[in-house]
Design a protein around this ligand. Structure first.
Ligand code: NAD
Length: 487
């Protein structure tokens, strides 16, 4: 314990950066606040260009040895990190809930086990990563994945450790060294991950964690000539700034951005299932990039769907995310609540009708909201709110459903509720989305590609797609024995 240690729900968290295997304090700090009750958790080291340069230098120095570490040894260390996550699962869960306000029960049972799984999955995938050789006129073409170099990973606050490790694990497995910058509203679990990584035998400098405001430390990280990959999850405006900053060095980018995804409910659907899927969209107080926030419901069942939705949504419990009975917790920050309410009040002023909600509950919580009578070209239908705010529109046929579904600048995901498999196939083929779920939501295998189309992102990660991104993929062509090139 030092003057830089916070005790959060009984767990000791170091508030300094983790650079080159050492804790490094900044002279300036920023204040971390819990969204549960607005209480101050503590002061966190506030990095600038100086810490960014130090972290990149540490990652650069550690890169050759880590890149040369045999795959089996890298995989062993990543499994040790997963063991460390599992050992400290309860601590990670309560610290994350205190810092970002998402449900403790889902951190315990879903999110933190998945964090450990991220490390195990990419460790195992590394060991079986190979491509069949191609043959050209007797020559062998052999594909290999070379580690690319120091990688900057920048993550948001809505699922801090889950989204961070979804990048950290494949980047480390690939043989890259990492500079992770968590969001300033939720810096704590990244610091615990640094402790776990050190305890697991990850060499100094292979994982570095720096904290601070994106506007102060971000540019120094993303414009650094020694950085060979940038993976970012966050908003579209920040992505534009990062892409511009990375352009100077042509640093390859992966961007996972926002969405305005549809839930299409056809009259042939199991309506109870459709309503279950719809109510799920309030998860994490609506702060989920993949959320299907636009309900598009076939006209003949729209009234009945709405009736059942209102009944089911009315059974949700909103409150302290540490309580087992809670379904919807607080929103992340007073600024986010203000933003959410701004969207809703402008929509109401433009003629929308709040079937439920339409207002704040208090300083921490927003009432789950469903808006109808919304125009397709209105702000509330076109822009991501990132709060518990959903809209409902109706359609008369499949063509109209597809047209409305595709008519935003995003393309992250789409969800269909239909009892007709042929319709599901037809509609899926016409939807612009990185992921389409039929009669389900949020299920995804780590082997599968993940990412968004249009303004929802650039590139895909998951399974081999992650290694394709984090590595320089090489083709080695070897002539058959005794071959002579006669032109
Ligand atoms: P944000 O863009 O404000 O911030 C994300 C991160 O970028 C933070 O760590 C922030 O400090 C950093 N940052 C800000 N300015 C920067 C700069 N100039 N240079 C470098 N880094 C900078 O996003 P947010 O509000 O934290 O997150 C919410 C957004 O993330 C939503 O749009 C949501 O849809 C999106 N999101 C997408 C996915 C996905 O997988 N597609 C997942 C979760 C969240």
């Amino acid at each position: 314990m030092t003057e830089h240690t916070l005790t959060v729900a009984g767990v000791a968290v170091d508030t300094r950066h983790w650079i080159g295997g050492e804790r490094v304090a900044s002279t300036e700090t920023f204040t971390d606040v819990s969204p549960i009750d607005g209480s101050v958790l503590g002061e966190i080291s506030r990095g600038t260009a100086t810490e960014a340069a130090a972290a990149v230098a540490a990652a650069k120095a550690a890169f050759p040895a880590w890149a040369a570490t045999p795959r089996a040894e890298r995989a062993r260390i990543l499994h040790a990190v997963a063991d460390g996550v599992e050992k400290r699962l309860e601590e990670l869960a309560i610290v994350e809930t205190t810092d970002n306000g998402a449900l403790l029960r889902s951190h315990r049972r879903g999110v933190m086990p998945r964090v450990a799984h991220n490390f195990r999955f990419f460790a195992d995938w590394l060991l079986k990563l190979e491509h069949e050789d191609f043959e050209t006129r007797g020559h062998t073409n052999h594909v290999s994945w070379d580690p690319a170099g120091p990688s900057v990973l920048i993550t948001p606050w809505n699922a801090p450790l889950m989204l961070a490790t979804w990048k950290v694990a494949p980047a480390l497995a690939a043989g890259n060294t990492v500079i992770l910058k968590p969001a300033e509203w939720t810096p704590l679990t990244a610091s615990l991950l640094a402790d776990i990584a050190a305890e697991s035998g990850l060499p100094a400098g292979v994982l570095n964690v720096v904290q601070g405001y994106g506007s102060e430390i971000g540019d120094a990280l993303t414009s650094h000539p020694d950085v060979r990959r940038i993976s970012f999850t966050g908003s579209v405006p920040t992505a534009r700034r990062i892409a511009a900053s990375a352009a100077a060095n042509l640093t390859p980018l992966s961007l996972e951005l926002g969405g305005k995804s549809p839930l299409l409910v056809f009259a042939d659907a199991d309506l109870d299932l459709a309503v279950d899927l719809a109510v799920e969209q309030y998860d994490n107080a609506g702060q989920v990039c993949l959320a299907a926030t636009r309900f598009l419901v076939e006209e003949s069942v729209a009234e009945e769907f709405t009736r059942r939705f209102v009944k089911k949504a009315g059974q949700l419990t909103q409150g302290d995310p540490r309580d087992e009975a809670t379904d919807i917790g607080p929103n992340i920050h007073p600024r986010q609540l203000e933003k959410i309410d701004g969207f809703v009040q402008r929509a109401l002023a433009a003629g929308a009708c709040a079937v439920i909600g339409g207002h704040r509950k208090d300083a921490q919580y927003y009432a789950p909201t469903l808006l109808t009578d919304v125009a397709q070209d209105s702000e509330i239908v076109q822009e991501e709110v990132f709060g518990p705010v959903l809209t409902l529109q109706s359609f008369t046929d499949e063509d109209e459903a597809v047209r409305l579904a595709n008519d935003t600048r995003f393309g992250l995901a789409a969800t269909l509720a239909t009892g007709d498999p042929e319709r599901a196939e037809r509609v899926t083929a016409r939807l612009v989305a990185g992921t389409v779920w039929t009669n389900c939501f949020f299920v995804r295998d780590l082997q599968a590609p993940f990412g968004g189309s249009r303004h929802s992102g650039v590139g895909r990660e998951g399974g081999t797609w992650s290694f394709d991104f984090y590595c320089d993929v090489k083709n080695t062509v070897t002539a058959p024995t005794g071959w002579r090139n006669h032109g």
